[in-house]
Design a protein around this ligand. Structure first.
Ligand code: PMV
Length: 311
């Protein structure tokens, strides 16, 4: 038997613009995670995937439901990478407490846990780069045109500076900082928000390229601040990033309500994370001010509030 895990993630700076070649900064969130358990199954039973949270079971080779298609492709690509022509007799159970469609990378985390557990069980654990490459293929099913930032940060489990097509750069976090992550409770599929931004960009490329460039500038400044341990500088940079995302049309009244509540309670910066339109937001926390911000987010209707440290 093999068990493997994968964390959630948040994009600290640069979502959406990262699809268009601008940089982004993302960090893993260990407080939520996906888990895959691989067990031997009776001879001739084939490879069975069990999505425990969805109550769905799928045997590789049968026509997959929409929900199981990504898992099917992930398992197939992993087997192909390991040189197995036909599926071994296994039962793989997947669970996750990462909310689905809320900008925390649940699809990439589930796929990462599956690749890791399957490779481990078959005696051939894969390095993070290879896990990331397989999960990128899965992300195409979820997102259509993924930048690759989700699979990269989740497979490597460390903060990354990412540019599409160039891969990731590790960078130093000069001083650890803490974030509240609050969920609007609104399901927002990444594919839809990313598709809408693409349509808007096609309709007015000059305006959207300027927004993407402005976000790119924020990301570069944020990287410098994080490396220098200048946490104070991050608040205004989050505000600026959020203003640009708002202009891009990917915020939502529920996100704005949580962002305003966090700021009114003293958070120096807050922004949506991931695709937007719903899902989660982050608020920068200051030592001594955490409890107030968390209470304000809860009072403003957050479905869940997590606290994580970026280090
Ligand atoms: O909402 P999530 O966690 O899938 O993140 C999407 C991030 C985007 O930048 C909007 C899309 C992408 O592929 O990078």
């Amino acid at each position: 038997m093999a068990i493997a895990y994968a964390p959630g993630k948040v994009i600290l700076f640069g979502e959406h613009a990262v699809v268009y070649g601008r940089p982004a900064i993302a960090a893993p969130v260990a407080q939520v995670r996906a888990q895959a358990t691989v067990q031997d199954a009776p001879p001739g039973s084939g490879l069975t995937l069990v999505a425990a949270d969805l109550g769905e079971t799928h045997v590789l080779g049968a026509p997959p439901s929409d929900a199981m298609r990504a898992l099917e492709v992930t398992a197939r690509n992993t087997l192909a990478r390991l040189g197995l022509a036909s599926p071994p007799d296994l039962r793989i159970t997947i669970r996750s407490d990462i909310p689905i469609g809320r900008g925390m990378g649940s699809g990439a985390a589930v796929a990462t846990a599956l690749v890791r557990a399957l490779a481990m069980h078959l005696g051939a654990p894969l390095p993070p780069d290879e896990v990331s490459r397989i999960v990128y293929e899965t992300e195409i099913i979820h997102h259509g045109t993924p930048s690759g930032v989700d699979n990269t940060v989740i497979a490597h489990e460390q903060p990354v500076y990412f540019v599409r097509g160039q891969g990731m750069e590790r960078f130093r976090v000069g001083r650890a900082f803490r974030l509240a992550i609050a969920d609007t409770g609104i399901y927002s599929p990444t594919r839809v928000a990313v598709g809408d931004v693409r349509a808007a960009w096609q309709a007015d490329p000059a305006r959207y390229d300027a927004l993407f460039d402005a976000i790119g500038t924020v990301v570069v400044a944020a990287r410098r601040a994080i490396e220098a341990g200048d946490v104070v500088a991050l608040g205004p940079l989050m505000q600026r990033n959020q203003a640009l995302l708002r202009e891009m049309g990917v915020s939502a009244p529920e996100l704005e309500r949580l962002i305003a509540a966090a700021q009114d309670a003293g958070a120096p910066g807050a922004k949506l994370v991931g695709a937007g339109r719903g899902g989660n937001m982050i608020a920068l926390l200051e030592p001594g001010g955490e409890a107030e911000v968390i209470a304000a987010l809860q009072a403003a209707g957050a479905a869940r509030v997590l606290v994580t440290t970026v280090a």
